[in-house]
Write a protein that binds this ligand. Structure first.
Ligand SMILES: C[S@@+](CC[C@H](N)C(=O)[O-])C[C@H]1O[C@@H](n2cnc3c(N)ncnc32)[C@H](O)[C@@H]1O
Length: 257
């Protein structure tokens, strides 16, 4: 396809209210979707999505990636989500857009699927993973808890053995530590798209906002006054990629490189 065909619709404004049981942040989901679409099409010779398809950790209500599947011929996605409400909504979204033949979402833990025979057939994972840092998982939506620093899930993804990850990295979830681990495991940052976001309902929860303030003061990330930056990056172990953009990525996330 022509890489200029990158139109992704911004979902209707959510107002950032918390709707029971599924992730709802229109701007963040649209940035994730747009970035996945652009990076997959731009790096189609590096990332074998046309022959293998891709797996998704945490599809949510699927509004983000269902539009991408509809826009990108030949893209197939197998998603998982641990939230039953999300999976129910995802299936409705997918049916509504008529892409059931190329996008399915199963209920369960992504890492259980990754360890299965089906998981071993795919080398690319896309994810806007849970990344809310908090002392414990007793937060507005517990499924979004990313551990103390917020990067537990992306660290697990890096260690799961996939060659290509298109993953959202927020500035306040210790991205420097994440990228250090990625480098040790042989990943390079092929490219990324970064966007500033206001704190949404999940990061604004007082317990979370206070924790973010503590972590960033200790040098484990960056957050501004009620805002942060999210980058969706292509981390790859492909030898075809000769340029590592980790330094540029850290700078885009407002961190010293
Ligand atoms: C930040 S939301 C992203 C949703 C959607 N991809 C989007 O961008 O709109 C993260 C999703 O990951 C799901 N999740 C959390 N832990 C998971 C796990 N271990 N396996 C699969 N999904 C998980 C959550 O239920 C949630 O729907």
């Amino acid at each position: 396809m022509d890489p200029r065909d990158t139109a992704v619709l911004l979902p209707p404004p959510s107002g950032n209210h918390v709707v029971d049981g599924f992730f709802d942040c229109a701007e963040e989901s649209a940035h994730y979707a747009f970035s996945v679409q652009l990076l997959l099409t731009q790096y189609a010779t590096v990332v074998p999505w046309q022959t293998e398809g891709v797996a998704e950790l945490g599809s949510g209500d699927a509004r983000a990636i269902a539009h991408v599947v509809r826009a990108v011929p030949g893209l197939t996605v197998h998603g998982t989500d641990i939230s039953a409400t999300s999976v129910e909504r995802a299936r409705q979204t997918i049916a509504g857009l008529g892409v059931e033949d190329r996008y399915d979402v199963e209920l369960g833990d992504f890492f259980a699927w990754a360890g299965s025979a089906a998981g071993s057939q795919v080398s690319t994972v896309i994810a806007n993973p849970p990344y809310i840092p908090a002392p414990d998982g007793d937060i507005l939506m517990p499924e979004l808890w990313g551990g103390w620093y917020g990067n537990d899930l992306v660290l697990r993804l890096l260690k799961a053995g996939f060659d290509h990850l298109l993953v959202a990295l927020p500035s306040y979830s210790d991205p420097a530590a994440t990228l250090a681990v990625a480098g040790e495991l042989g990943y390079q940052v092929a490219n990324f798209l970064a966007m500033g976001l206001e704190f949404g309902a999940y990061s604004r929860e007082p317990k979370v906002a206070e924790h973010i303030a503590r972590l960033t003061a200790e040098g484990h990330g960056w957050a501004g006054d009620d805002s942060y930056v999210v980058a969706v990056a292509l981390l790859t172990r492909s030898p075809q990629v000769q340029r590592d953009r980790s330094t540029e990525l850290l700078r885009a996330l407002q961190l010293p490189a």
